[in-house]
Design a protein around this ligand. Structure first.
Ligand SMILES: Cc1ncc(COP(=O)(O)O)c(C=O)c1O
Length: 400
């Protein structure tokens, strides 16, 4: 990406920010859109039609980003709301099952299935991850005629490998099941085409790769699927009144708005929508193919460099599993903020002290590249890690 893009992110030069997987840096145009919204609210109160127009703009731009239609997109407040709205609105029958790989899921895509197990008597079929990878064959083998849903992360939050989403959705379709994707770590980082992936629903939030604010998310549901769903929650913006005012309805049969619009509830996070609109416009302007190529080439440079220093890079040499997240250490340690390996905790602290923002998740050091990063960021991290490795007497030949 060109330096003008980096210049939109003041935080990118104040530190080495490799933590988009926790939250992305907000660019100037997004801050300005949020400020403009607040100024209107402060000075004239705001006009509902204009506020709603901001929501529709964000909806349409998001639809464009994932190659969907606007009526296939609902606005939510986060990933888990999208996952829950879709999951709980499915017509479950007792003993239907959902197939999930908990070892690779953020807890927010695990809790809801056990909740539905308790409330609706569904079966949660779990599949083990294979070396940090989503096991497509094992997922397919766990599906049967009672599988109503298969769910997976498009990129796991740790160790951050890409999943074969199209492979899983094809297996799901073969048994008549739907596919729901937790795209928290992928949309905004890699090009996403919901039709090419063959999926039925996808949930994402704005604060990571979408460069927006907390409290804003999107739920995509394929039109033909959404049209048959009875939404678990309803409110005025999800009900079709043929243009009449919401007070026109007092009793009778509800008619839901088409597609995913039925999942809209009451007033929106208009501030978040204004910010999301500005961020989505930037991403679409840069082009997701260019963004993905930039992020992935920097991630590959980082992974290769770490390997050359003898560090245990999850997944080994850069390959098709790698997107914008590079994890170092032995994956699977349960703790969120420390690694199991004392050496990895020491490396983490060394890099934090030197101003390199990154995280520990599932026991691994997680470095996640954003659109604002450049090759100098990567080389500086490698230099710092190299100095640490040398000072700690690590042998570059003995990876791990
Ligand atoms: C894969 C994944 N799903 C979900 C979440 C969070 O969900 P929510 O936005 O609902 O808090 C995260 C990270 O915060 C994540 O990495």
């Amino acid at each position: 990406m060109n330096p003008e893009i980096r210049a939109l992110f003041p935080g990118a030069t104040e530190q080495i920010y490799l933590d988009v997987s926790a939250r992305g840096l907000v660019p100037d145009p997004v801050r300005e859109a949020a400020e403009a919204h607040l100024r209107v609210r402060q000075t004239v109160g705001g006009d509902k039609e204009e506020l709603r127009a901001g929501v529709e703009r964000a909806r349409s731009l998001f639809a464009e980003l994932v190659h969907a239609a606007p009526e296939e997109v609902a606005l939510t407040k986060n990933v888990s709301e999208g996952l829950n709205l879709f999951g709980a609105s499915l017509p479950w029958k007792a003993r239907d099952n959902v197939v999930v790989c908990p070892g690779l899921e953020h807890p927010n895509n695990i809790y809801l299935w056990y909740n539905l197990q308790a409330r609706r008597g569904i079966e949660v079929r779990t599949v083990e991850a294979e070396g940090g990878r989503l096991p497509v064959e094992a997922m397919a083998a766990a599906m049967d005629g009672r599988t109503r849903l298969v769910t997976l992360p498009s990129i796991s939050f740790a160790p951050g490998f890409r999943s074969d989403v199209a492979g899983v959705s094809a297996a799901a379709r073969a048994v008549g099941a739907l596919t729901l994707v937790d795209a928290a770590q992928s949309v905004g980082a890699v090009a996403t085409d919901v039709d090419a992936l063959g999926i039925d629903a996808l949930a994402v939030a704005a604060q990571k790769c979408l460069l927006g604010l907390y409290g804003t998310g999107f739920l995509y549901v394929r039109r033909a699927v959404a049209d048959d769903l009875l939404p678990i929650h309803v409110a005025r913006y999800g009900i079709d009144l043929d243009g009449a005012h919401e007070t026109a309805f007092s009793q009778g049969e509800l008619r839901y708005r088409p597609g995913a619009l039925r999942f809209d509830l009451g007033n929106f996070n208009y501030l978040g929508a204004a910010a999301a609109g500005a961020a989505l416009e930037l991403l679409l302007g840069w082009g997701m193919e260019s963004v993905e190529a930039h992020l992935c080439s920097l991630a590959a440079r980082l992974a290769q460099g770490f390997l050359e220093l003898g560090l245990p890079v999850a997944g080994g040499a850069p390959g098709p599993h790698l997107a914008h997240i590079v994890s170092v250490g032995r994956s699977g340690g349960g703790r969120h903020y420390t690694a199991d390996d004392p050496a990895m905790n020491a490396l983490h602290q060394h890099l934090i002290d030197a101003g390199v923002r990154h995280s520990i998740r599932s026991g691994v050091l997680r470095f996640s590249v954003g659109v604002y990063n450049d090759a100098d960021d990567i080389d500086r991290v490698l230099e710092l890690a190299g100095a640490w490795a040398e000072a700690s007497g690590r042998d570059p030949e003995a990876a791990g």
